[in-house]
Ligand binder design. Structure first.
Ligand SMILES: [Zn+2]
Length: 283
């Protein structure tokens, strides 16, 4: 399993933000790899902005989490039929460590994350989990933000994590286009907290200090109707991700951007892509 560590090594890591990314836990979700490719290409482009980003940010990227699943040609699981996405099994009494049931691929990513959080360097402050959803053709890339605003009953800690997630999404939208991403729901809910997703582990151990979120690319037209989305569109999304992450840390973000756009109306294949399907909701 490869790990890409991208930064400017001439600058002390203690001065940088640490960003942790893993993709392809679900092996068939190829769009995530094009996004990683666009992100990495941008970071290594040598442009003045990219150089500046590498002075202030240290990237840790696992570009392909489920290597054996990819080689096998599976859509969602390892050759042992494990769904890595739900196997961050942690003991509630000692959540920093995973139990013996966790898959080896999860252990590798987990051990790296744990070590980076305890190695004396800066803490990871953003953890992205890249997927692709087999949604209706016109559904654009979207996110699974968690919790919600205090106005809907969330406490200050939960709403601060929610706000950070919205800040991140708005930062990305300011580059990729607010109309090119799905509308953000009014709240994300708390169900993930009692599950075993990567974000559940981050929350159990690091509360609102790590902005951990799943990002779902889509197939089909994905906002480019009447054209169909292409690998180049996804690489553009990856480049926008690099810029959005930089603004998340250093920019002045206008979250009202997110409130202006709407869900796709009149989906054509509700039977094939039930919007309330458990997989789509990540419940
Ligand atoms: Zn997935």
């Amino acid at each position: 399993m490869y790990l890409l560590n991208i930064s400017n090594s001439a600058i002390a890591d203690s001065l940088k933000n640490r960003v942790f990314i893993h993709a392809r836990s679900h092996p068939g979700e190829v769009p995530a790899s094009f996004v990683v490719e666009g992100l990495v290409d941008y970071l290594l482009s040598g442009s003045p902005r990219a150089k500046q980003i590498l002075k202030t940010t240290e990237y840790y990227i696992f570009p392909m989490h489920n290597v054996d699943g990819v080689i096998t040609g599976n859509y969602r699981s390892t050759p042992q039929t494990e769904n890595l996405e739900v196997m961050w099994f942690f003991d509630p009494e000692n959540p920093i460590d995973l139990t013996a049931d966790a898959a080896q691929e999860v252990n590798i990513v987990h051990d790296y994350a744990k070590n980076l959080m305890t190695d004396g360097g800066p803490a990871i402050s953003m953890a992205l989990n890249l997927h692709a959803s087999n949604s209706e053709p016109d559904v654009r890339p979207f996110f699974f933000p968690h919790f919600g605003p205090e106005s809907l009953g969330y406490d200050s800690l939960e709403s601060s994590l929610w706000n950070r997630q919205l800040t991140f999404i708005a930062s990305l939208a300011s580059y990729y286009g607010v109309e090119m991403l799905e509308a953000v729901t009014e709240e994300g809910g708390s169900s993930f907290a009692s599950k075993t997703y990567p974000e559940s582990w981050w929350l159990a151990n690091f509360s609102n200090e790590v902005m951990a979120i799943t990002m779902e690319m889509t197939y089909g037209r994905a906002g480019y109707s009447p054209k169909w989305t292409s690998p180049w569109n996804l690489r553009d999304l990856g480049a926008s991700l690099a810029l959005g992450i930089d603004d998340y840390y250093n920019g002045d973000i206008d979250k009202s951007l997110l409130m202006q756009h709407k869900k796709v109306q009149g989906l054509k294949y509700p039977d094939l892509y039930p919007p309330n399907d458990l997989d789509e909701l990540k419940n």
